[in-house]
Design a protein around this ligand. Structure first.
Ligand code: ZN
Length: 215
């Protein structure tokens, strides 16, 4: 998923978080841009900048807030070990759009992947005396996350080890001999920048580059 960075400027030094085991979900209790929240947290609260690490707008666009590895300012007493995500809107009165819900769920899954140490997703009200993120907030849906799709194949420019199936892509297949058990067949040949690449497939199991020798 795309995380948009509008280049927010923070004042002073943000301290790094030493632990990350939880995501806390919030609503903005209103509408507006990530810049407007950033300015409000600076000028209204006297903070270094936006207190949340991410901001999800109603159209499903996700914005970077405070740098992800720094201590946020979003859940009193819990900032030292949590990542804060804020959702545009007031979910005490509104209901969330599908685009925003989906983006939130994807973001939760992306963060869980980046921080396997995360063991919990909570709503702000579990920690402090607040209605945040609101009674209509689709907490179960967003906290559950989504299955992230894996890339289909290695990036074109690497053309190296193929992880998706029992295939291997090598440059110039005529000069490569597979020495593992079984044989390989050339499934496909493709010329990129004048170099012929072949996708090799073994009879059983995966082919690793260690088994493919130049001849
Ligand atoms: Zn909150």
């Amino acid at each position: 998923m795309d995380i948009l960075d509008v280049g927010l400027k923070f004042s002073g030094t943000l301290s790094k978080r030493s632990k990350t085991d939880e995501i806390v979900l919030h609503h903005a209790a209103g509408n507006g841009s990530v810049e407007s929240i950033h300015n409000w947290h600076i000028n209204g609260n006297g903070w270094a900048g936006i207190g949340y690490h991410f901001y999800v707008r109603k159209d499903g666009k996700v914005y970077r807030g405070r740098p992800i590895d720094t201590v946020g300012a979003h859940a009193y007493g819990e900032n030292g070990h949590t990542i804060g995500i804020c959702f545009e809107g007031n979910f005490e009165s509104e209901t969330m759009s599908d685009a925003q819900k989906q983006a939130g769920a994807e973001l939760v899954s992306m963060l869980r992947k980046e921080y396997p140490s995360i063991v919990k997703v909570s709503g702000h009200r579990e920690h402090n005396s607040t209605a945040c993120p609101g009674k209509n907030f689709p907490f179960e849906y967003i906290a559950a996350g989504v299955k992230l799709s894996e890339p289909e194949e290695a990036p074109e420019e690497t053309r190296n080890l193929y992880r998706v199936s029992n295939e291997l892509i090598v440059a110039d297949p005529a000069k490569v001999k597979y020495t593992g058990d079984g044989v390989f067949t050339i499934v496909e040949e493709k010329t990129v920048n004048g170099v012929v690449y072949g996708r090799l497939k073994s009879g059983a199991g995966w082919i690793s580059l260690a088994d493919a020798k130049k001849v």
